[in-house]
Design a protein around this ligand. Structure first.
Ligand SMILES: *Cc1c(COP(=O)(O)O)cnc(C)c1O
Length: 384
């Protein structure tokens, strides 16, 4: 059965619309902790919600179908997904990561992972020479974000997959910024795909969730055992919220992306803007690679202002746009990476990456694009 992605967003992987004997069109929320046993040694297929719950399962099957995965676990946050993934490693193992990375991931690697005896090196993964230079005998995995956060650098996933295969490494891809609607890393050779479901998948800035999708049965079994043992599974109600969000993922992302392109072009013409970072602009260094591996550049972009004062003025004067962390939702948000998402990244690393006090990140939502541009225009103006 090979239905199109839009259809699978609504009807899930295997099942059609019919879900239970009531024929409820919206999949029910099984708000229960436990399930009665049918008899001695007999189970309905569900015993206890940490291990399995129909609403969560329906969501996991949907995400597996969208990512072309063998199996997916739905977890309580994107950070839980990264943490579960890192439980695959042993003390002494070494992992090579994109240097421009979600700040929470860097914090996890510098604290918990280090305490657990893992070593993590950062490389500009848009340059395979740099990745190769970091290889060690104990290297076990490549951990990639493309586009990266917040600089929107693009990494060639096919090249990473080739290197991973050659050296027997796991290729792990954080696909949060493009979602399965625009990019499917497993089809390009990734072993594990993770998502913060708090972003495009739920899409409404109303819940926190995470996903970890495995390309093979062997990996899926290991991940599922770690997930149910450590216990960070997604609750039934939140599973339902994300299921509902995914139904409109394609239309949301298409419109948000269209607006983001227009805003990126508009920003690049403003005297107070020095540079725009968006892989949908042909002058972006990763434009061609992104085009060969993704179906778009998404709706998150960053830009550098001419001064710290301009950056601060924008953050203080936006009215329609909310000054807040996060991305991928219906509401347009503006983020200050240096004090918010990337505050825990060591300052020297931030400087090296260009995450300075003049860098702003914008997540374009579903308001009319003209209203978003007008809000940015009035916020940039010097007069009060
Ligand atoms: C938000 C985010 C995360 C963390 O996800 P949470 O759901 O906030 O825990 C991880 N990776 C990327 C790229 C993100 O944007």
């Amino acid at each position: 059965m090979s239905r199109e992605l839009e259809t699978r967003c609504i009807h899930g992987g295997g099942h059609l619309g019919v879900t239970d004997s009531t024929r409820a069109v919206s999949f029910p929320i099984y708000q229960t902790a436990t399930f009665g046993h049918v008899g001695l040694g007999q189970s309905s297929g569900y015993d206890y919600t940490r291990e399995g719950n129909p609403t969560r399962q329906r969501l996991e099957e949907t995400v597996s179908s969208l990512e072309g995965a063998w199996d997916t676990v739905a977890l309580s946050s994107g950070m839980t997904a990264i943490s579960v993934c890192f439980e695959l490693f042993q003390p002494g193992d070494h992992i090579i990561c994109s240097e421009d990375l979600y700040g929470g991931a860097v914090r996890l690697f510098q604290t918990v992972s280090r305490k657990n005896g893992l070593s993590v090196s950062y490389a500009d993964t848009s340059n395979m020479e740099q990745v190769r230079a970091q290889l060690r005998p104990e290297t076990r995995a490549l951990y990639i974000e493309t586009p990266s956060n917040p600089m929107m650098n693009i990494t060639d996933l096919r090249e990473c997959a080739a290197l991973a295969k050659e050296r027997g490494l796991l290729l792990i891809v954080d696909n949060t910024f493009l979602s399965p609607w625009l990019q499917n890393p497993i089809a390009l050779g990734a072993d594990l795909v993770l998502h913060s479901g708090s972003k495009f998948l739920s899409g409404h800035n109303d819940t926190i969730a995470g996903f970890l999708s495995s390309a093979s049965r062997e990996l899926a079994e290991r991940i599922r055992l770690i997930a149910k043992t450590t216990g960070g599974m997604l609750a039934p109600f939140d599973s339902w919220l994300v299921l509902r969000g995914i139904k409109t993922l394609p239309v949301r992302m298409e419109r948000q992306q269209e607006s983001a392109k227009r805003i990126a072009l508009w920003l690049s013409q403003q005297p107070q803007v020095q540079q725009v970072f968006y892989a949908g602009l042909p002058e972006h260094p990763g434009y061609e690679v992104n085009r060969t591996q993704a179906r778009g550049a998404g709706s998150t972009l960053s830009f550098r202002t001419d001064s710290v004062e301009t950056a601060h003025r924008i953050l203080q004067k936006v009215k329609l746009i909310t000054f807040a962390e996060s991305l991928g939702g219906t509401e347009t948000l503006i983020t200050y990476p240096v004090t918010q998402t990337h505050a825990d990244v060591p300052p020297t690393m931030r400087e090296h990456l260009g995450i300075t006090e003049t860098l702003l990140r914008l997540s374009v939502g579903l308001e009319h694009v003209n209203d978003i541009i007008e809000d940015l225009r009035q916020a940039m103006e010097e007069q009060a």
